[in-house]
Design a protein around this ligand. Structure first.
Ligand code: PEP
Ligand code: MG
Length: 316
């Protein structure tokens, strides 16, 4: 029975009518890659590099980072690895960086905003990543908390300078869609990026104006709220107009019904906590893409998050 389960976990998430969705894992360190692959991950869709900074209590050097990225690529073989550049600020504070205190950290200098202000953090990380890319394996880089086109073009320019300095090949560069402005402007960003990955945890927080950690309100921050689904749909349409793919790496990707709905909305890749992978794959493998497309249309027309959840009759 064990052997059958392992075999089943390794099968792709292909619907009964032949539509395949890529399944990635969210990981924080190289040790988690093996677990992820054992659970059926086809790659790493989100490596949260801030944990390298949080867990050590010190800023890792370029060489230390290079060793981490290399060992992850080694563990993955020919599977893809998407590394997110440092995402600090908001709920992720790093004591040793000694950043100024902010009244509203979620609306402050976080993610891409911090990276663009701190070349001492961004440059060594990009150098380590481009050095790791020289082995010719499947590495992509993505940037968190993008809100404007200027951020995208500025970050791309830094990437290109560093790529040339270390004489590395080009790697796919993507952006996180975590702010409504990025979702609304996806068609404008698309020619400047290789892919999009929607961070539904933050996108929900910013769309509904609910602190994702609020003790009283967080339960209402439902990523299946129709407003969030419409932003996801807008992102997919904007990306598709320029032939770019869109993934989701927020928590809802690891919920079987959420994964089914996202697939119906045209999401090409779902990245999640490794332990969620088997149930998501099983759900998609038991679904018809044509039905998921119809389900997504019904969800987009719903008036409330509860109405969307009520569509889960188990027959998607
Ligand atoms: C998200 O916001 O959905 C996301 C994947 O990023 P994080 O949870 O690390 O903020
Ligand atoms: Mg986020």
């Amino acid at each position: 029975k064990r052997a059958r389960e392992a075999e089943e976990r390794a099968l792709p998430a292909t619907t009964r009518d032949g539509h395949r969705v890529e399944i990635g894992a969210n990981v924080n360190n190289p040790a988690q890659v093996e677990t992820a692959v054992a659970q059926g991950a086809e790659g790493v869709g989100l490596m949260r590099t801030e944990f390298l900074f949080l867990e050590r209590g010190a800023t890792p050097s370029e060489d230390e980072q290079f060793a981490v990225y290399e060992s992850m690529l080694d563990a993955l073989g020919d599977r893809p690895l998407i590394v997110r550049a440092l995402d600090i600020g908001g709920d992720k504070q790093v004591a040793h960086l000694d950043l100024p205190r902010e009244e509203n950290p979620f609306l402050g200098v976080r993610g891409a905003r911090l990276l663009l202000r701190r070349p001492d953090l961004l440059d060594p990380q990009l150098r380590a990543l481009y050095r790791a890319a020289k082995s010719g394996r499947r590495l992509s880089i993505m940037f968190p908390m993008i809100t404007s086109l200027q951020e995208v073009t500025a970050l791309r320019a830094v990437c290109e300078r560093i790529r040339a300095e270390v004489d590395a090949p080009a790697v796919p560069l993507g952006i996180m869609v975590e702010v409504p402005s990025a979702a609304m402007m996806a068609d404008v960003f698309a020619p400047h990026v290789d892919f999009f990955s929607i961070g539904t945890n933050d996108l929900t927080q910013y769309a509904l104006a609910i602190d994702r950690q609020h003790p009283e309100l967080a339960a209402e921050a439902d990523s299946l709220h129709p407003a969030v689904l419409r932003l996801i749909r807008k992102t997919v349409e904007g990306a598709a107009a320029h032939g770019r793919w869109v993934g989701v790496c927020g928590g809802i990707a690891g919920d079987p019904f959420g994964a089914a709905l996202l697939t119906g909305l045209g999401i090409a890749e779902l990245s999640m906590t490794p332990r969620d992978i088997p149930a998501v794959k099983a759900r998609l493998r038991a679904s018809d893409f044509a039905e998921l497309t119809a389900l997504a249309a019904r969800a987009l027309a719903c008036e409330t998050a509860d109405a969307v959840r009520a569509l889960d009759g188990g027959r998607s």
